[in-house]
Design a protein around this ligand. Sequence first.
Ligand code: WQD
Length: 355
Amino acid sequence: MAHVLITGGAGFLGSHTCVALLQAGHRLVVLDNFSNSGPEALRRVAALAGLGVGSVDQWPQAGDWRLRLVRGDIRQREDVEAAFRAGEGAIDAVIHFAGLKAVAESVRDPLAYWDVNVGGSRCLLAVMGRLGCRTLVFSSSATLYGFPDSLPIAETAPVRPINPYGNTKAAVEQLLADTAASASGWRIACLRYFNPVGAHPSGRIGEDPSGVPNNLFPFLSQVAVGRRPALQVYGGDWPTVDGTGVRDFIHVMDLAEGHTAALDLLWSEPPQRLTLNLGSGRGHSVLEVVRAFERASGLAVPYVIAERRAGDVASSVADPALAAARMGWHTRRDLDAMCRDGWAWQRANPKGYAP
Ligand code: WQD
């Protein structure tokens, strides 16, 4: 059992990772400013983990805790320090999810992305270094590969981001490299996610984007549940199997398990900094996802073929071999499971976590 600080732990990926970590027996402190999430997700995480209903009150709280919540911002040193205090000085590792992640928004407001994603990471690392906590799993992204020269994409592929969001992810990876080189003892894993989708099979937690979803899967889910009239398929003339974009979708629970595996690897080996793709190695087109979602929901999903979206690539598929070799991790859930579980969440929560 270890004490793990999860920044952004109330978000889509963070909440699912919290479930996996609690089931692995760890104690968690979540630091989140609820800019794109809320405490309800964590209350449901606690219930899924079999914890008492009142177990996610704002810290400080008494009792034999398994999950503590500190509401705060990673850019504020005092908030990050409060999260470490909530761990009673015993934080063994940090999983760093907190950040902004919408590509189009990053183009409109790059300063916000550099402030939160890079400035926030710098603040977190400074506090970690001062407190002697030097084990970190970083939520990176396949976006930083930009337009790939070839497929599948291995970790050795050039880092060539094409938008401010990707630039900030590449910048934080560089910050981590410099930090690891500056002092001994750092154990760092940069996990480059491809396309995480779906939900916990219980249907109790899932993806709940604020506003109009940027990404395919939540938008598709909201069309199916009747919140949106139709899906716009961005491009029908890509050089792919059916003309629509191809991506490497992975079930969010596979991704969550990739984080527990990364922590286990870091704790079992000497200090190192490693970079791993989290992907399935299999691509699916947008229309293949639509068909799979229709099978899972039993509903027809109206769509129109629209213009290509600026900044999109035709295909993006991971080479997942290194994660398999280094931590014995690979995806175990297929596209039908992603759609089945994603639909179970959306159908049971048409408005997400909103009451
Ligand atoms: C997938 C496919 C679209 C919406 C982005 C980030 C990446 C990660 C995941 C954070 C593409 C098509 C989409 C729609 C569509 N996020 N599409 N209609 O762009 O691969 O990756 O989100 O880390 O970093 O870059 O994901 O879901 O937006 O798009 O046709 O309404 O679906 O063109 O082919 P993407 P996406």
